[in-house]
Structures are given as structure tokens and as C-alpha cells.
Ligand binder design. Structure first.
Ligand code: ADP
Ligand code: MG
Length: 365
């Protein structure tokens, strides 16, 4: 097992393509870390640098205590599962799992034992005599993961291994991967562009945007406290609402201005620090489940500090357990998640009330 440390790692492919820009990242020994980012953000490049398939332009990579710059892949105790893995077509599943063990001189009895263990964990025991051509996509992916794990590498790298699979299969493989990791405690770096996959799989998540690491945090922290509007918009399905507003401080009171209306804010809510008399343009980050919606006529009186923004339902999307309402909100748009039993209709006038205790504040510029 091994920690991974990237220090000020940049990778330029040519004068205009900086795939990674000054990346500092530490993956703890035995940790399960997910690198999350859109297509082209540099995810595969990070894995290739860790595996030794590519070298940083500047910066250094450490595995455990060793600086591995320049060390070829086979001298690093690292296994990588590619996005579209190729299995040996002429070998059956057992042969594919065994291949790397044979070349490393693992004795026959030990090979058998490890293959049996991994095959049962990945639920491919019944397939061991089958050739890759006769396997489904999910089965092939299981074999590819098994082939990497059976070697007991210190570091396991997975490059979007589930992206070609359908949703239920992805969810099943996700759980199996977690169980596999818990059994072997290999340091694991899993790359994906799917924020849902990242949230359910990662002990921590590193968010990449155009070659830069913009936040590294636990799933909960990333979801509740995104560090920037980019993270806020990328994590969560649907994304966090970003409502343009102004915060105004007057003495010990802070008020919130949305459109033409102004509300005093309960001082117990977490707020950015403003100087007395200061007024600052902000984006209020509110998750759809923290934007409460009531029919306009149901509201008569409100306690101090309770926001009620007049709005209209533009669209309703049924989600099974809940309903998403797209709201026209005095100059902006927001999405609210409400219970499926609530009775709303398109075009209806409503009031939207952000739960300010859960709001995240971003500077508007
Ligand atoms: P991701 O895996 O997140 O989709 P990549 O790491 O594959 O992103 O690529 C990051 C950026 O580097 C992209 O702009 C890509 O076009 C560029 N890139 C990757 N590999 C090469 C290469 N071998 N030559 C030139 N540009 C490359
Ligand atoms: Mg990639």
C-alpha cells in the first residue's frame, strides 16, 4: 500500500494545451479518492502520470516514500483499469485474471487462491471458463477490475470504468468496488465525470476544472459547502441554484435584497463578513431541496427573516419520489425540489423561500 503525492504538477502537451496546471494532491495510504471533472479537464492525464505512462512537464510525483519521476510503469506497484479495457481474447476469464500473476512469478497455488477470491467478490465465478468475446459489457468490466486487483497493487487507478454501462449496472459495480476496496484497502483513485458516482464512491473528491484542482473535500462537504460557483453548479443533480442578490450591512443588521425587495436576515445564519455600510453583490447558493415553495395565497404572515420571493412555476418535472419545479423568480430562474404529493401546476403563482441556514454565499464578480 502506498500514499500518492503530486507536487506542483503541470503537463503541457504543446504551447496551447496545458492539460494539468500546478496540481497539488495527496492521496492517503489506503484511501478511496475520486477525481471528478468534465471531459477534457485532465483526469486521464493525472492517472497516466501516477501510473508512469506519462511524465509531468514540471513538478513531481511520489508513491509512498519514493520519488518516482522517470520510473517506468512496471517498476511502480500500480495497476490501471482503462475506460475501454482490452482483455486477452484467446484466454478465458481465469487466464485473463492469471496472466499478470504468472508474469510476476506468483506460485500456482497462490494464483488459484487469489483468482477464486477475486472472482467470487466480483461475481464472475461462473464465468471463469468463458472467453471475453462471449461476455457482456458489465462482465468484461468486472474481469478488467479483477485482473488489476488480483495483482494486489499498492495503488489502483480506474479511468471512468463504468461510463459505458447502463445505470443499474453502474450502481451495482459501484457497490462492489467499495466492497473490494474495503477488503483489500488498496490506495484507490477513481476518475469520473459523473458527480453522482463521485458522491457515492469517494471518501474524498478532488474536483478538476480545465487542468486545475478547484476543491478537494469529502462528498458531504463538497455538496453542502462548494468552494466556488463552478463546483456548486457541477455537483448535485440538479445543480445548486445561484441567485443574484445584494447583501447590505447597516450597523449590526444585515439585509438581503432580491429584485426590488429587501429582507432583514436572522443574525444566526452564516454570512460573509461585511463592513458597516457595505453593500455587496452576491450569488446565493441554494440546493433545490432547500428552496421551499408555497402557493401564493397560502401565505399571509411571516416571521421576521423569512424570505418569500414571489414567483411563478414555469415547468414541472416528475421524478418519482419528488417533483422538480422550475421557477421564474423575479429576473432569475431557480429549481426547487418538493414532495411528489404537493399539488402544484404550471403557471401557478407561488412564493419561494430559500432556507438561509443552508445558503452558501459567493461573490458575484
Ligand atoms: P479527461 O480525461 O478529463 O477527459 P484528458 O486528461 O484526457 O482529460 O485531457 C486533458 C487535455 O489534454 C485535453 O485538452 C486533451 O485534449 C489534452 N490531451 C490529452 N492527451 C493529449 C496528447 N497525448 N496530446 C495532446 N493533447 C492531449
Ligand atoms: Mg479521460
Amino acid at each position: 500500500m502506498s500514499s500518492i503525492e503530486l507536487r506542483q504538477v503541470s503537463r503541457d502537451f504543446d504551447a496551447r494545451t496545458r492539460a494539468l496546471d500546478s496540481v497539488d494532491l495527496t492521496v492517503l495510504d489506503g484511501e478511496r479518492l475520486v477525481v471528478l471533472g468534465p471531459s477534457g479537464s485532465g483526469k486521464t492525464t493525472i492517472l497516466r502520470l501516477i501510473a508512469g505512462l506519462d511524465q509531468p512537464t514540471t513538478g513531481s510525483v511520489r508513491l509512498g516514500d519514493a520519488l518516482v519521476d522517470g520510473l517506468p510503469p512496471h517498476r511502480r506497484n500500480v495497476a490501471m483499469v482503462f475506460q475501454y479495457p482490452t482483455l486477452y481474447p484467446h484466454l478465458d476469464v481465469a487466464g485473463n485474471l492469471e496472466f499478470g500473476l504468472k508474469t510476476r512469478g506468483v506460485p500456482r497455488a497462490e494464483r488459484r487462491r487469489r483468482i477464486g477470491e477475486v472472482a467470487s467478490m466480483l461475481k464472475i465465478d461462473a464465468l471463469v471458463r468463458r472467453r471475453p468475446a462471449s461476455l457482456s459489457g458489465g462482465e468484461r468490466q468486472r474481469v478488467a477490475i479483477g485482473r488489476a486487483v488480483v495483482r494486489r497493487p499498492a495503488v489502483l487507478l480506474l479511468d471512468e470504468p463504468f461510463s459505458s454501462l447502463d445505470l443499474p449496472l453502474r450502481a451495482a459495480l459501484r457497490r462492489e468496488l467499495i466492497e473490494l476496496h474495503e477488503a483489500f484497502r488498496t490506495t484507490l483513485v477513481h476518475v469520473t465525470h459523473d458527480q453522482g458516482e463521485a458522491l457515492s464512491l469517494g471518501q474524498r473528491i478532488a474536483v478538476l476544472d480545465r487542468g486545475r484542482l478547484i476543491q478537494v473535500a469529502s462528498p458531504r462537504e463538497l455538496y453542502e459547502r462548494p468552494a466556488s460557483p463552478i463546483v456548486a453548479a457541477f455537483v448535485g443533480g440538479p445543480p445548486m441554484n445561484l441567485l443574484p442578490c445584494t447583501l447590505v450591512r447597516d450597523g449590526s443588521r444585515t439585509s438581503l435584497v432580491v429584485g426590488q425587495r429587501r429582507w432583514p436576515i436572522n443574525p444566526t445564519h452564516p454570512l460573509p463578513a461585511l463592513a458597516d455600510g457595505e453593500s455587496r453583490a452576491m450569488l446565493m447558493g441554494i440546493r433545490p431541496e432547500h428552496l421551499h415553495v408555497d402557493p401564493a395565497d397560502a401565505l399571509t404572515e411571516r416571521a421576521e427573516g423569512f424570505l418569500a420571493i414571489e414567483s411563478r412555476i414555469r415547468r414541472i418535472e416528475f421524478q418519482g419520489d419528488s417533483v422538480l419545479l422550475t421557477l421564474d423568480l423575479r429576473g432569475s430562474t431557480a429549481v426547487a425540489r418538493v414532495a411528489a404529493r404537493d399539488d402544484f401546476h404550471e403557471g401557478q403563482s407561488v412564493v419561494a423561500s430559500p432556507d438561509l441556514a443552508r445558503a452558501v454565499w459567493f461573490s458575484a464578480d
